[in-house]
Design a protein around this ligand. Structure first.
Ligand SMILES: Nc1ncnc2c1ncn2[C@@H]1O[C@H](COP(=O)(O)OP(=O)(O)OP(=O)(O)O)[C@@H](O)[C@H]1O
Ligand SMILES: [Mg+2]
Length: 404
């Protein structure tokens, strides 16, 4: 009797996969399976041989993992994408790979998890993940048959249609970090802060870095901005090696290519708003017009005010004008809104949004505010000295839509 049900489901799945819209078809298929198996969520993960990452291309149910990516081989999903057979974890709470019973990528509470490798032409190309199925003892033979068949059908269609994961391939990489480590020697102890960071920073993207206090976010930002040097690893800028730059190149890079925005605005107290901007314009290679930068941040009326005469939000806007006037490739922002109230934060974020659109700048921002991460094109999480996940946001929000 059950077999008949499965045949019907398989038939439905096959019809769905005939669609030209592979992405939508996959979403339909996995939500169908979700209801048949009475599970809480399901997802399809695909390997991208080009960049060595595994991407979640579709998900359904209580938790959305669409857009997340992990390094190949990393975690349980990465393991499944290299595996041959089903991996089933029936008690996630007692499995060290689920600290506190939670999924490391999505923080979703996991009771059980099944990962069926998806194979096409005898190669594992990804994995079909099912989270929290009702039957805690695992799947019946019929259900296993169904999961295996659906995984196989999806793999076949993905291969046939040339459907690929990850859209980064088309973007220009401004800076690449590989295996970056940072250690501090404190007395007899060596503190390992960054333990092998791999990250590409693209042109004209808004990248947000999240992570617990002390995990090394500012350290990473300072390494990107050449304000600090890594203990080991390689850095390339525009595909040229920048791992061991001469002091002169370092100074020029910092001065001409990078704009900084800090939580504490770091303005010169004895200079007016416009003078703070002009001072920077005078020392860099390709400056814009200081008055225009001040206008862009909406402070023309306040151009002759000293920092002490301005509110926090206004001072932060001067510091943004100071970053803008350099026409930098990358603007690095370390908690730029942490000291500001909600309305002022939104104004500052709108400004950053405008800047990315108008000047094609790349912005890398460290924040504790997960709501701000919704604006990003990609969200990088740092944990235990490494990047634990990178999430691509298919539909970044506007600053004006954020609420906290
Ligand atoms: N110069 C230094 N010498 C020794 N340890 C340092 C030094 N600079 C940073 N650290 C340590 O490195 C770790 C990471 O610091 P970092 O400032 O990068 O963290 P963070 O993620 O930015 O934290 P927060 O969210 O609180 O700003 C911390 O434990 C910090 O104490
Ligand atoms: Mg910090």
């Amino acid at each position: 009797m059950k077999k008949n049900v499965n045949v019907d489901v398989l038939w439905t799945v096959m019809r769905m996969l005939e669609s030209e819209q592979t992405e939508e078809a996959l979403a339909e298929v996995i939500s169908t399976l979700l209801s048949v198996l009475k599970a809480e969520s399901a997802a399809v993960w695909l390997k991208n041989e080009g960049d060595g990452h595994v991407y979640c291309v579709s998900s359904a149910g209580d938790v959305s993992s669409t857009g997340y990516s992990i390094e190949a081989g990393q975690g349980i999903v990465g393991e499944a994408c290299e595996a041959d057979e089903l991996i089933f974890i029936n008690d996630a709470a007692s499995d060290p790979r689920f600290p506190g019973g939670k999924d490391e990528i999505t923080a979703f509470t996991v009771k059980n998890m099944a990962l069926m490798p998806m194979k096409a032409e005898k190669k594992t190309i990804g994995a079909f993940q099912i989270v929290n199925c009702q039957n805690e003892g695992g799947f019946s033979e019929d259900e296993l048959y169904l999961i295996r068949s659906v995984a196989g059908l999806m793999a076949m269609v993905i291969k046939e249609k040339g459907f690929t994961a990850g859209s980064e391939g088309e973007k220009k990489v401004v800076m690449s970090l590989r295996n970056i480590t940072k250690e501090y020697v404190s007395g007899v102890e060596t503190l390992k802060i960054l333990k092998g960071i791999d990250l590409d920073i693209f042109e004209n993207e808004f990248l947000v870095i999240l992570g617990e206090s002390g995990c090394g976010k500012s350290t990473l930002l300072n390494i990107i901005g050449a304000m600090d040097s890594p203990s080991s690893g390689t850095i390339t800028v525009d595909e040229k090696d920048f791992s061991h730059p001469q002091e002169k190149d370092l100074v020029e890079f910092r001065r001409d290519e990078i704009g900084f925005i800090f939580q504490a605005y770091h303005l010169m107290p004895n200079l007016t708003a416009i003078e703070n901007v002009e001072y920077i314009a005078e020392i860099c290679k390709n400056p814009g017009n200081s008055a225009e930068a001040i206008e862009m941040v909406g402070l023309t009326d306040r151009a002759n005010n000293y920092p002490s005469m301005m509110s926090g939000g206004q001072q932060q806007r001067v510091s943004i004008a100071r970053a803008i006037v350099k026409n930098p490739r990358i603007i690095l922002a370390d908690e730029p809104t942490a000291a500001l109230d909600y309305n002022t934060s939104i104004e500052v974020l709108e400004l950053i949004e405008k800047l990315i659109a108008a000047k094609r700048t790349t912005v890398v921002m460290v924040t504790h505010n997960a709501e701000i991460a919704k604006m990003a094109n990609r969200v990088v999480k740092v944990k235990g000295g490494k990047i634990s996940s990178i999430r691509i946001n298919p539909w970044p929000r506007h600053a004006s839509e954020l609420v906290w």
